[in-house]
Design a protein around this ligand. Structure first.
Ligand code: ZN
Length: 369
């Protein structure tokens, strides 16, 4: 039997026409090349700050060879400030250390591979130059130590989004992470200072990120902000019932104002089985779970509301099939097989986030004085 004929037999036994597989293969390749895949939340700076080399980091989810294999076009590097720095007021110090590692250990160390991006147009320019656009997003509003002056400093240093809270409620916004914790002083959402900070972010052109926040904080931010919001790394509570995920009502309200939920890849946020498993017997989520969250957002809020925010290197468990930054072609294939068009996938991968960034820039331009 000829080899080709054997392959066709195997494929037809799997229910797949050989020509169909070739077609999907070609589409996956074309999308990997042409889409600008923007990951709005990657935590590799938490490792480069301690000496990891993004040029080759096999123990991590993220390094340059795998970013290239995965077709990643732009990354928001997370300037993550743990709540432990709140004690003794070290949050701003940590934020500055993290901003420095993005510049020194990533962008400036590998200038042939990365290009700093401050705007949507910068991302597109980097893509044309076959470089990965590098952006900065602060995770944890305590990084500004309750001062709009620090917010402005961070914007000048290139920070283009801020996640209003991490897992801790801060001086001006409630978090989902401690909302039921006794002894924590809560504000019922955003304080007047919190609303001022949203206005200042709008004026600067810094995206307001509502991942991690308490539900009431989300609704307050949505009402206060003149620009659309992002949920830089969030998933759907209707599928995985954890307080950190967004309800259908929140996702619809976000989308109605032009916002985007960038779907998180963390096992415990995308699979109820993973979330419910005991800590000593972890259960891994799969590629299919990520697709289920994407598809749920599409059904309730539409294709224009979906993005990608992996949380790679900020999570100890990534889904089987989306194990690291090189595996995005698996997601492309799964979405094509589910009936998503190449145009749909380009919106999910980057088009929606670029549209939102442009809107944030436009609102800021209108608010300058
Ligand atoms: Zn996070």
């Amino acid at each position: 039997m000829k080899k080709h004929y054997a392959a066709v037999l195997v494929l037809s036994a799997l229910g797949l026409p050989a020509a169909g597989l070739d077609k999907i293969d070609a589409e996956v390749k074309a999308i990997t090349k042409s889409a600008i895949l923007i990951d709005t939340h990657n935590d590799i700076p938490s490792f480069t700050v301690d000496g990891a080399d993004i040029g080759n980091a096999p123990k991590n989810h993220t390094d340059i060879p795998r970013l290239k294999a995965g077709g990643v076009g732009a990354i928001f590097f997370s300037v993550y400030v743990s709540s432990k720095y709140v004690d003794g007021n070290h949050s701003a110090n940590r934020a500055l250390q993290m901003i420095d590692t993005v510049y020194t250990d990533i962008l400036h160390r590998y200038p042939k591979d990365f290009s700093l991006a401050l705007t949507a147009a910068d991302i597109e320019r980097a893509h044309r130059q076959h470089k990965i656009a590098g952006l900065l997003g602060i995770e944890g509003g305590h990084a500004i130590e309750d001062s709009p002056r620090l917010l402005r400093d961070y914007y000048r240093m290139g920070v283009r989004y801020m996640t209003l809270t991490h897992t801790n409620t801060n001086g001006w916004a409630d978090s989902s992470g401690d909302i039921n914790k006794p002894g924590v002083e809560h504000h019922n959402g955003l304080t007047p200072l919190g609303k001022d900070i949203i206005h200042e972010m709008n004026r600067l052109g810094m995206m307001v990120d509502i991942s991690h926040v308490a539900d009431k904080t989300f609704y307050d931010a949505l009402e206060t902000s003149q620009a659309p919001l992002i949920a830089s790394h969030s998933a759907c509570r209707a599928i995985t019932n954890v307080p950190r995920n967004m309800t259908d009502d929140m996702i619809k309200a976000l989308a109605q104002k032009g916002g985007v939920i960038q779907v998180n890849f963390y096992c415990n946020f995308i699979s109820q089985k993973s979330a419910d498993a005991p800590k000593d017997a972890p259960v891994r989520a799969t590629l299919a779970d990520v697709v289920a969250h994407i598809d749920h957002v599409r059904q309730i809020a539409g294709i224009d509301a979906i993005g990608i925010g992996t949380d790679f290197d900020g999570i100890e468990c990534a889904p089987i099939g989306l194990d690291d930054v090189s595996k995005f072609p698996n997601l492309t294939r799964a979405l094509l097989e589910k009936g998503y068009s190449p145009a749909d996938i380009k919106k999910i991968y980057g088009g929606n986030t670029l549209r939102l960034m442009r809107q944030v820039e436009k609102v800021a331009a209108g608010l300058q004085h």
